[in-house]
Design a protein. Structure first.
Length: 269
């Protein structure tokens, strides 16, 4: 893609690699992408908004492979680390490059005192911003590193528990490997009877677009009940259901009730 862009007169500037995509929490091959960026002299930005925080968990240290070669990394503690919305953290290798782009200080005022006080309006589009540090400080002080890691591990455990339940019901299938605290699965419909000899086998839920409609209907009905909340997304062009675990108050009992509600709703569709 880079070579094609250059042949067509474009100048490729940057690659955005993702650690924990919104839909399924998938992770891009960061080391391989970083190597290409270095060879092509391109900016590498790592979007770890959701998944980056899992690097705190020792057994998930693999998600940070290649980060040392990035030019910038973003992590959103409001998505994973229990900080109230909104709180994003941007790490930049060369902070001066940001200041040169965004600063509004005229040349006549530049001098030895320009960085005497860090003015964050010089490092982004916003001229003013809310005081976000306090709510993050409260979380760090309340939970500590050990407490945060413990809660992240519990999210991962619950995600695998739900995945095991899904595997036991042949009306459903997992549609992505379980990664972090996100589970993507799909309702296939009631098992179809074996086809009569000489007839073509049909999908388990009939026409190709019927499963997509069924999954959307399930999500809508469950959410309308007020007893649980699901989201839906598209993976490889197919509509799938999605559960994201992240609330510190969620227990296995809550998850079990949600799964029973999903199965009951599936029975009625």
């Amino acid at each position: 893609m880079i070579a094609q862009d250059r042949q067509e007169g474009f100048l490729p500037l940057a690659v955005v690699a993702t650690v924990g995509t919104t839909s399924s929490a998938s992770v891009d091959p960061i080391p391989e992408i970083a190597k290409i960026c270095q060879e092509e002299k391109m900016w590498l930005h790592i979007d770890g908004a959701y998944g980056g925080a899992f690097a705190m968990v020792p057994e998930y240290k693999w998600v940070s492979k290649g980060w040392e070669m990035a030019d910038s990394i973003v992590i959103n503690p409001h998505k994973t680390l229990f900080v109230p919305l909104d709180f994003s953290v941007l790490y930049v290798r060369d902070l001066e490059r940001l200041r040169r782009v965004f600063t509004l200080v005229p040349e006549v005022l530049r001098g030895d005192t320009i960085e005497g006080e860090k003015n964050y309006m010089d490092y982004g589009i916003q001229l003013g911003r809310r005081f976000r540090a306090l709510k993050a400080w409260v979380i760090w002080r309340s939970l500590g590193r050990v407490g945060i890691v413990s809660r992240l591990r519990e999210q991962i455990r619950l995600a695998h528990v739900l995945a095991d339940w899904i595997k036991t019901d042949n009306r459903f299938e997992l549609t992505a490997p379980v990664s972090m605290g996100v589970v993507c699965f799909r309702f296939l419909g009631a098992a179809a009877p074996s086809p009569r000899p000489g007839t073509a086998a049909r999908g388990r839920a009939g026409s190709t677009d019927r499963p997509d409609q069924l999954n959307s209907e399930l999500v809508e009905q469950i959410n309308a009940s007020g007893r649980a909340y699901l989201t839906q997304t598209k993976l490889r062009g197919r509509t799938v259901m999605r559960i994201g675990l992240g609330n510190v108050l969620t227990t296995e009992e809550h998850l079990h009730k949600a799964w029973e509600l999903i199965r009951e709703t599936a029975d009625a569709v």
